[in-house]
Design a protein around this ligand. Sequence first.
Ligand code: ZN
Ligand code: ZN
Length: 108
Amino acid sequence: MKIACPRCKANFDASPAQARLITSLKAKGAALAMVECTQCFFDFGLELTDQTEPDKPIRCPVKACGGWVSCVTLKGRTPFYGCGECGTIWKQANLLFDAVASTKKGKR
Ligand SMILES: [Zn+2]
Ligand SMILES: [Zn+2]
């Protein structure tokens, strides 16, 4: 596992202890891991942003539909969002988020 030091710009190998720490922090969903550069001994917070977060399911904003919206990616087509329960589709993520936001407002 290679770590880039922000101070001396060295790319160093994580020590076994650092690798363990990073793996366990990633598993916990942490955003940062404190590591020490093996070249200049600078302590810094390593961003754990390369983790692939699974998409959080979005509750379908259609009234009386209890389904979940999922992102549909088809080859050669722009990804869109669709609800498998009621069949509604949103061509853009922001349209879906607008719909979700407006249902939340309506409940207040
Ligand atoms: Zn360094
Ligand atoms: Zn639905």
